[in-house]
Every structure is written in structure tokens, then in C-alpha cells.
Design a protein around this ligand. Structure first.
Ligand SMILES: CC(C)(COP(=O)(O)OP(=O)(O)OC[C@H]1O[C@@H](n2cnc3c(N)ncnc32)[C@H](O)[C@@H]1OP(=O)(O)O)[C@@H](O)C(=O)NCCC(=O)NCCS
Length: 145
């Protein structure tokens, strides 16, 4: 695979394929440039969410993922990491890039002091997360508005 770098999301990524990649996961219309820059700035300042991107040498976003920190009252005020919005561009799949994104998010969670990291996924994707070291636990419940 060509040179790929993983780093924190930057405001310019909005113009470099970030939303095209997210659209392969779910409905992800382009957020206007100024609003996107503000969201990235807030994420940096706040520190409770970290979004990362994988970019080519030319700067195109080819994968992304995020982890959110949940500060709990249990576990002596422990922190639980929640991995969200994992997607690798269809042309870059099956080349270990998804695994690298997860590995980076797990590393960030450790550095931020999490006692565990959890995520929800489709049954079809469970083998991928198992390859990343995760195991199945309990079940997910949802109530949509
Ligand atoms: C799921 C996804 C992120 C995997 O990314 P990827 O870059 O193709 O995965 P990797 O190449 O890093 O795969 C790592 C390992 O998991 C395996 N794997 C990946 N997807 C798999 C799947 N759906 N079923 C079984 N095994 C899978 C790979 O074969 C590889 O195995 P190996 O280490 O023995 O070679 C990617 O397919 C994707 O973006 N899908 C669409 C969006 C999506 O569903 N996101 C997840 C939301 S929860």
C-alpha cells in the first residue's frame, strides 16, 4: 500500500475526502467549512473526543475513526472509551488499515487512562474487531427518536 499516515483530524480534511469516507458508513452530508473548522477546534479544546484520519501522501482521507471518553462515577471515577465511526475507503480495505486505526484509538484510550474501551458493531463486523483484540460482551439496546 502507498504511504499512509494516521493523525488527528484537521480542518482541511473536510475538503480532502473526510465526508466521502464517512458516507461509506452512514448518511454523512458535508458540513460547511466554517462549521467543520469550529467542530475540530472544539474537539481539540475539549479533549473528550479524538477523531483520527488515515491520509495518503497527497493528503486524501482514506479512513477514519473516533474515540470518546465517558467519565464515570463507578470505578472510582474511571474513564470508559467508546469507539465510534470506523470506516476504511472501499479501495483500501483488507490491507490492515482498519486494524491500524483501531490500534491507534486503543493507544489513545490507554494514554487517557481508560479502564476499558467498548464499541457497537454489526454482527458481520464482529470478526474484524475480534482480530483487533475485542471480545463479545452482552447486547446492545437502542431507542431511536
Ligand atoms: C470493517 C472495516 C473497517 C475493516 O477495515 P479493513 O481495513 O478492511 O480491515 P483490516 O484489513 O484491518 O482487517 C484486519 C483483519 O480483520 C479481517 N476482517 C476485516 N473485515 C472483516 C469482516 N467483515 N469479516 C471477517 N474478517 C474481517 C481481515 O481479513 C484481517 O484479518 P487478518 O489480520 O487475519 O489478515 C471496513 O471493512 C469498513 O470500513 N467497512 C464499512 C464501514 C463499517 O462497517 N464500519 C464498521 C462500523 S462498526
Amino acid at each position: 500500500m502507498a504511504e499512509i499516515r494516521i493523525r488527528a483530524v484537521e480542518a482541511e480534511d473536510g475538503d480532502n475526502g473526510f465526508f466521502k469516507i464517512l458516507s461509506q458508513l452512514t448518511h454523512a452530508p458535508v458540513v460547511p467549512r466554517a462549521k467543520f473548522a469550529e467542530l475540530v477546534r472544539k474537539e481539540r479544546a475539549d479533549g473528550s473526543r479524538t477523531t483520527i484520519v488515515a491520509v495518503t501522501a497527497e493528503g486524501s482521507v482514506v479512513a477514519t475513526g473516533a474515540v470518546m471518553m465517558e467519565h464515570k462515577y463507578i470505578r472510582g471515577g474511571g474513564i470508559c472509551g467508546h469507539i465510534e465511526d470506523i470506516v476504511v475507503d472501499s479501495e483500501f480495505r483488507k490491507a490492515q488499515l482498519g486494524k491500524k486505526i483501531i490500534s491507534k484509538l486503543v493507544e489513545i484510550s490507554r494514554e487517557k487512562g481508560c479502564y476499558k474501551v467498548i464499541l457497537d458493531c454489526a454482527e458481520d463486523n464482529a470478526p474484524f474487531y475480534e482480530k483487533c483484540g475485542f471480545e463479545k460482551k452482552e447486547c446492545q439496546m437502542a431507542l431511536y427518536f
